[in-house]
Unconditional design. Structure first.
Length: 116
């Protein structure tokens, strides 16, 4: 079965850190561009960060630049999102997405709640 599973969410105080994981089964993440997205209640889903499969180039939303870091461990078939200096406005459900031509997979999401 082809699936992505996010983990690592939780409740953290403002200024704290979390590391989200996105693990794939049934396919190899190395060949996919991976994106992290988030969606807060009543808001549209927004892109947070992405990493390319070809050269590992990364991009970040302005709101998380300097605080979040995306990385991939091909041996573990997993992509991570290290989130530091968390703010209450980072509270959302975080989703990972794996994409290449003709293939597009989403995980079920993991809740991140940052208390002030």
């Amino acid at each position: 079965q082809l699936q992505l599973v996010e983990s690592g969410g939780g409740l953290v105080q403002s200024g704290g850190s979390l590391r989200l994981s996105c693990a794939a089964s049934g396919f190899t993440l190395e060949y996919y561009a991976i994106g992290w997205f988030r969606q807060a209640p009543g808001k549209e889903r927004e892109a947070v960060s992405c990493i390319r499969s070809t050269d590992g180039n990364t991009n970040y939303a302005d709101s998380v630049k300097g605080r979040f870091t995306i990385s991939r461990d091909n041996a573990k078939n997993t992509v991570y999102l290290q989130m530091n200096s968390l703010k209450p406005e980072d509270t959302s459900v975080y989703y990972c997405n794996a994409r290449k031509i003709f293939h597009d997979y989403w995980g079920q999401g993991t809740q991140v709640t940052v208390s002030s």
